[in-house]
Design a binder for this molecule. Structure first.
Ligand SMILES: CC(C)(COP(=O)(O)OP(=O)(O)OC[C@H]1O[C@@H](n2cnc3c(N)ncnc32)[C@H](O)[C@@H]1OP(=O)(O)O)[C@@H](O)C(=O)NCCC(=O)NCCS
Length: 179
């Protein structure tokens, strides 16, 4: 990743909520399968991120941002509030990078940061899913995630039409925490 970029946990400010909403709207418009349909209304995107950052404030998740200076260029969420019998697991969601910044290692750096935080919080198992069509399977496989299988016709793509979803997991090695 370009050394001038940096990654930090996101806090609740109107500017951050707006930047996250802009990123989500752009991602959905470009076919990214991140739970929403295109066109995504700004107030819906803002409400999603307000709720997500509030969950982070409550300690139920960590929302990381990648920045180019003050500009938010990517995000990933580490969901921590797993059921009581899965205290060692975290889930990764809402991994997305601004279109203009893709292919520069930002997604990889976000996931490394998420894995480091997961281990610091005692989470040694990460699970996630990604769309079979136009999803991020290549990213997760490049990062050592193991493919479990595919659920066919799981969700609508942002512009319509069904796609399967691929389930992945990764068991974290302790050395990631010390990187
Ligand atoms: C998926 C996404 C986050 C990747 O971000 P990025 O910053 O472009 O990824 P990186 O540059 O860090 O790529 C890291 C590695 O993953 C690979 N990779 C990244 N995205 C890929 C994709 N969609 N398909 C195949 N391989 C991909 C890269 O080739 C790279 O491999 P390398 O390091 O061996 O060259 C970005 O494309 C995106 O925002 N997509 C839309 C939203 C989305 O689908 N999110 C996933 C929801 S589950």
């Amino acid at each position: 990743m370009n050394p001038r970029y940096h990654i930090a946990p996101l806090v609740y400010t109107p500017e951050i909520i707006q930047s996250l909403a802009d990123l989500l709207i752009e991602t959905v418009a470009n076919g990214g399968s991140v739970s929403f349909m295109h066109p995504l209304e700004e107030n819906v995107a803002q409400a999603f991120w307000r709720s997500s950052i509030n969950a982070a404030i409550a300690g139920e998740r960590v929302v990381l941002g990648a920045f180019d200076g003050a500009k938010l260029i990517g995000t990933v969420t580490l969901i921590l509030n797993c059921p009581p019998n899965q205290p060692h697991r975290a889930e990764v969601a809402k991994m997305m990078v601004r279109v203009a910044y893709r292919g520069q290692g930002v997604g990889r750096a976000l996931m490394h940061a998420a894995e480091k935080i997961a281990l610091q919080k005692g989470r040694t198992l990460i699970t996630l899913d990604t769309a079979e069509d136009e999803g991020a399977a290549g990213l997760y496989e490049a990062l050592g995630f193991q493919k479990v299988g595919v659920i066919p016709d799981f969700a609508l793509k942002p512009h319509g039409g069904l796609s399967g979803t691929i389930i992945y997991y990764k068991q974290l090695a302790a050395e990631v925490a010390g990187e």
